[in-house]
Design a binder for this molecule. Structure first.
Ligand code: HEC
Ligand code: HEC
Ligand code: HEC
Length: 97
């Protein structure tokens, strides 16, 4: 008797999973164009590497929700600085065409 709600819940979950996955598509690249050129942010690479979604998204919120110079340097670049193998010079992010 108690199995029926369980089976229903499992069925609903299995149907909802692919829907959630497509709603939260993370495999995109965003280009931010400013006076220094274009900063191309590969979202998928970062999501794969860091796995923790909330870490970036909470920080983005606390910086006002906009990828601007302050966020780009105090958050994006700050993290790169802590990794020895990621270049942190201006041109590693700002590309001129
Ligand atoms: C390295 C930081 C970082 C990580 C890790 C990260 N995100 Fe993001 N995410 C961003 C940034 C930056 C944007 C673009 C924000 C903008 O330009 O408005 C973004 C945008 C998004 C968007 C699109 C929102 C829109 O603009 O419509 C979704 C959905 C999203 N992220 C989901 C996720 C999920 C789910 C994960 C974990 C699997 C994740 N993110 C991990 C930084 C990150
Ligand atoms: C918490 C750490 C962290 C944050 C925050 C972060 N990055 Fe990165 N970033 C990485 C790592 C790790 C790599 C190396 C990924 C690889 O090559 O596999 C990387 C690589 C890059 C690269 C090199 C090419 C690429 O996409 O793989 C660019 C450009 C870049 N990040 C831009 C940004 C921008 C713009 C932001 C902010 C919107 C940002 N990153 C935020 C850790 C971070
Ligand atoms: C980790 C990536 C990253 C690195 C490294 C980086 N920046 Fe940025 N920068 C950004 C992001 C993201 C923005 C916001 C989007 C934009 O304006 O292009 C930005 C914005 C700017 C802006 C404002 C441009 C505008 O018109 O809004 C200037 C100026 C700037 N950066 C200069 C520099 C200089 C100089 C260096 C080297 C000392 C540097 N950046 C290194 C990511 C980076």
């Amino acid at each position: 008797m108690h199995l029926i709600p369980f089976i229903l819940a499992a069925l609903i979950l299995s149907l909802a999973q692919p829907l959630l996955a497509t709603e939260l598509a993370t495999n995109f690249t965003k280009d931010y164009t400013g006076s220094e050129g274009v900063v191309s942010f590969n979202h998928q690479t970062h999501a794969d590497q860091l796995k923790d979604c909330a870490f970036c998204h909470n920080n983005l919120k606390s910086f006002g929700g906009i990828v601007d110079e302050e966020f780009g340097h105090k958050f994006c670049r700050a993290c790169h600085m802590t990794h020895e193998n990621i270049p942190t010079d201006c041109k590693s992010c700002h590309k001129r065409k």
